[in-house]
Design a protein around this ligand. Structure first.
Ligand code: ACO
Length: 314
């Protein structure tokens, strides 16, 4: 089985940080409610930045950290539900902004908060193909969710944030990668209508998504154990979609796994959907927690409803 290696990551974060307190001026909520129900303390919102600006910042940093030039990139994928344009895709805009070669595929993947997992699988399949003339892939998770948030709906507006993170990836015979993905079409649980429809905001049945999330994470961990022959207790770090600390802690306690293994940065960024898993991964890399030999389970769930579970070696 050919694996993949993530050799450099970077982040793109808007300049404006927003505290929980700011929402008390818009809706009937409190810092206490938001912290205790979600774990979120702050998030970042774009002001003048476009989603593409976040992608480009993250990608430049990832390329520099990987020591790879734009001319060596053979594939560019952006995982997002909030592209600046329906067409051209965010990936095409990144391709042009960074001066990536023009004979490479560039496209977006829409799988909401599971997006980066979907992206990893797509990249791992395509990197092995003869169709790619160059050795590295650029995979980005990016969102400008503030654009589709209803700031009069307290049940959603306090949850989300903007941001991006990018990874430079190469094929590897020595770094195992396994991924399984799933979906169950359900617009009642979570939807964001497209251009031209009324109320183009995120609508969510939080409780329904919560139950789906807990199930998807538990099942994902069991599936990874079975399919990779690894055991959850031997995994160094769990990189989960950062929606709600209660979801992560519920699963961690139920499976009797150490809480220090479950990385959390949703307190800083809120739920950044497609950017959440790579933002967590990028911060772990920054903190030196993804050393050579580190084994990770990566778990995503979200709109679709979609889910993804991946085993990665660093
Ligand atoms: N401030 C104060 N009260 C609030 C707020 C708020 N911001 N939001 C909701 N409430 C109230 C509700 O109105 C309700 O009041 P009621 O009992 O009088 O009716 C009460 O708080 C409880 O509401 P619940 O929805 O039951 O609250 P819960 O504890 O389930 O937390 C939350 C809500 C945080 C949304 C949780 O359900 C959750 O995290 N769900 C999962 C979300 C998720 O994972 N999304 C991922 C996908 S996102 C994507 O794909 C783009």
């Amino acid at each position: 089985m050919q694996g993949i290696q993530i050799i450099g990551m970077g982040k793109g974060v808007p300049a404006r940080r927003v505290e929980n307190e700011a929402f008390t001026k818009m809706v009937d909520t409190s810092d206490e409610w938001i912290r205790s129900r979600t774990g979120i303390e702050t998030r970042y919102f774009c002001e003048d930045e476009m989603q593409m600006d976040l992608c480009v910042d993250a990608a430049r940093q990832a390329l520099a950290n990987a020591g790879v030039g734009p001319e060596e990139i053979g594939l560019c994928v952006v995982c997002t539900i909030t592209p600046d344009y329906h067409t051209p895709s965010s990936a095409c805009m990144v391709q042009s902004a960074l001066g990536l070669p023009e004979d490479i595929p560039a496209f977006d993947v829409n799988a909401a908060c599971s997006g980066f997992l979907y992206g990893l699988e797509v990249v791992s399949c395509m990197l092995g193909s003869d169709a790619l003339p160059r050795p590295y892939a650029l995979l980005i998770g990016a969102e400008k969710l503030s654009r589709i948030m209803n700031f009069e709906d307290r049940s959603t507006c306090v949850l989300f944030g903007d941001g991006a993170a990018a990874a430079v990836i190469r094929p590897s015979d020595t770094h195992r990668f396994f991924c399984r993905l799933g979906s169950q079409g359900d617009a009642q649980a979570l939807n964001a209508p497209g251009i031209g429809y009324p109320e183009p905001y995120i609508h969510m049945d939080g409780r329904k998504v919560f139950q789906f999330a807990v199930r998807a994470m538990e099942n994902g961990i069991r599936l990874l154990e079975k399919e990779t022959g690894t055991r959850a207790e031997d995994i160094d770090v769990f990189i989960c979609h950062q929606a709600n600390e209660r979801i992560i802690r519920h699963v961690q306690k139920k499976l009797k796994l150490g809480d220090e293994k479950f990385f959390i940065n949703l307190n800083k960024f809120g739920n950044t959907s497609g950017a959440s898993v790579p933002l967590a991964m990028a911060e772990l890399m920054e903190n030196g927690r993804l050393k050579p030999g580190t084994k990770a389970y990566c778990l995503g769930f979200g709109g679709g409803l979609t889910w993804g579970a991946a085993y990665l070696e660093f």
